[in-house]
Design a protein. Structure first.
Ligand SMILES: [Mg+2]
Length: 173
C-alpha cells in the first residue's frame, strides 16, 4: 500500500515524527512518589503499570499531570525526525495517535510547525484505552472521517500490533 491510495494517514508521535527529550526514569520515580503518597506501592512497576495502579486508586488525574508536564517540556525540546517532513504533503487527512499525552503531542506539533497539517490528535489520555488496544487508532480515524483503507506509520511493535488489531495497514518508519 502506498500513501496515495489510502483515505487517511495516521502517525505515531515519539520516535516517528519527533524524538521527545524525556528522562523516563525520573518520570517513573516522581510518579512512584505520587502513588506512595496516595498509599500505593509501585516500587516494582514500570510507568505503564503505574498508570493502571493510578486508575485503580483514583489517582490517574494527578499522575497524568506529572507525566504530561514532563512530556510537554520534552516536546518543547524535541528533535524533528525525517517523517515530519512528509506530514504536510498528504492529500488525505492526517492524524496522530500516540502513547504520549495529547497536550504534549500538540506542543510538539506546534514547535515543529506541523499543527496546521494534522487534523486529529489522539493521545494516551484522549480515549479510555491505550495502544496496542486498537481503540485509540480507530478513534483517530473516526475523527478524521476516514472512509476506507488507512495507513498507520509507527516505530514500535506496539504500533504494528495496534494497526493489526484495528485492521489498518502499517508502515515502519
Ligand atoms: Mg513511538
Amino acid at each position: 500500500m502506498t500513501r496515495d491510495d489510502v483515505s487517511a494517514v495516521v502517525y505515531d508521535f515519539d520516535g516517528t515524527l519527533v524524538d521527545l527529550v524525556v528522562d523516563w526514569n525520573a518520570v517513573a520515580e516522581e510518579v512512584a512518589d505520587v502513588l506512595a503518597t496516595g498509599g500505593v506501592d509501585a516500587s516494582d512497576a514500570d510507568l505503564w503499570r503505574m498508570l493502571d495502579l493510578a486508575d485503580e486508586a483514583d489517582l490517574r488525574p494527578t499522575v497524568e499531570d506529572v507525566i504530561s508536564a514532563h512530556e510537554c517540556d520534552g516536546a518543547r525540546q524535541s528533535t524533528r525526525l525525517r517523517h515530519a517532513d512528509l506530514v504536510a504533503d498528504h492529500d488525505v487527512p492526517v492524524g496522530v495517535c500516540s502513547l504520549n499525552a495529547e497536550a504534549a503531542c500538540r506542543v510538539g506539533l506546534e514547535v515543529h510547525d506541523l499543527a496546521g497539517h494534522v487534523d486529529a490528535v489522539v493521545g494516551r489520555d484522549s480515549v479510555a484505552t491505550r495502544k496496542p488496544d486498537p481503540e485509540p487508532l480507530i478513534a483517530t480515524l473516526r475523527r478524521l472521517d476516514a472512509d476506507g483503507d488507512a495507513l498507520f506509520v509507527g516505530d514500535s511493535r506496539r504500533d504494528e500490533l495496534t494497526a493489526e488489531r484495528a485492521g489498518v495497514a502499517f508502515e515502519w518508519v
